[in-house]
Structure formats: structure tokens, C-alpha cells
Design a protein around this ligand. Sequence first.
Ligand code: GRF
Length: 203
Amino acid sequence: MPQPARLVVLVSGSGSNLQALLDAAADPAYGARVVAGGGARAGIAGLDRAAAAGVPTFVDPVRAYPTREEWDAALTGHVAEHKPDLVISAGFLKLVGAAFLGAFGDRYINTHNSLLPAFPGMHGPRDALTYGVRVTGATLFFVDAGVDTGPIIAQVAVPVLPDDTEETLTERIKEAERRQLVESVGRLVREGWTITGRKVSIP
Ligand code: GRF
């Protein structure tokens, strides 16, 4: 069997998506392993999950650097140290800059909790509820220089139910989102991919 692909996973929150990847990667047939977890803040639950799984972690707070560019360069360097085949933003809420995209732009993916291009930004489930859509979901995409604008890898639809609150909808989306992330990352690393304009192909 070939060497498993190397995943670096960036997180800002509870890390349930990271946990799903750690769990999937326990099976050698998955084809990937998480080689590092990173964040922009110490004390993130997601990084505790990585550490508990024996995965090295790093933290690059934006405020630890004089400029955003220097932060971006430092983050790029820390990710690069782990020689990733794929870098995954699993709820990493920081926008990376030119250095990072220059290094990883064709292999940096993000999962977002809406059906893009609807409801980009920080509050996907809340914005979907406020708008009153009956279907929302999750989108996995390659990150470009915009906010949630990159070429789409996969999408999954999730119903909005009449009694939903932001919390219940967020949780329902996260369940579908985790399944999609695990399945798509596995396919990407096992089968490879091409990006042509906005079209992502997994052979
Ligand atoms: C995901 O739903 C992602 O779309 C959003 O934040 C959530 C991350 O959750 N931006 P977790 O930290 O993986 O539990």
C-alpha cells in the first residue's frame, strides 16, 4: 500500500470535523493520516483532540506578529514543516494571505456550513434561518483569495425544519458536513484531483 497522504488540519473551534478525520484515518485503507493540527489561539478544544490522538500541534496567534503578512508567513512555514499533501481548514476562522495561498493554494480546502454561494461568512446557519430557506447544507471547496468563493469539491443538502433554532440547525449541518468531509478527503487523497477554472474533477 502507498504511504498515506499527509493531512495538516487547521481548527478554531470544537474540532469535531478534525475528530472525524482522526477517526477515519485510523483505518489504513482510508489513505491519509493527520500529521499536525494547527490553530490561531491556544486552548482550542480542537487542538486538545489532536494532542489526545498523539498528533503534534502548533499555534500561531495573529497578534503574536507585527503584521498580518508576518503572521501569514509564519503560519505558512509551520504548515510547510509538516510536508502536507492536503491542508484542511476544518472550521479555521482566519483568512489566510498571499504567502499561504502561494504555497498551498491548489491543496488547501475549507468546509463551510451553507450551500455556497448562499450565506458565506461567519454565520451560515443563522443567515439561512433569517432568510427562511427550506434547504441549506455544507460546501467543501478549494480556498482562493475570496471569502468562501473557491472552486467547489462537494455539497450536501440539509433540510431546515420549522422549529429549528440556530443551534439545532448548526448541529444538523455539522453531521452531514463531517460525513462529506471524510468521504471527500478520502477520495481526493486516494484518487487525486484537477482544478480547471471553477471545475474540480476527481477522476
Ligand atoms: C463547521 O460547521 C464549519 O463549517 C464552521 O465551524 C464548524 C466547525 O466545527 N465554520 P468543529 O470545530 O469542527 O466542531
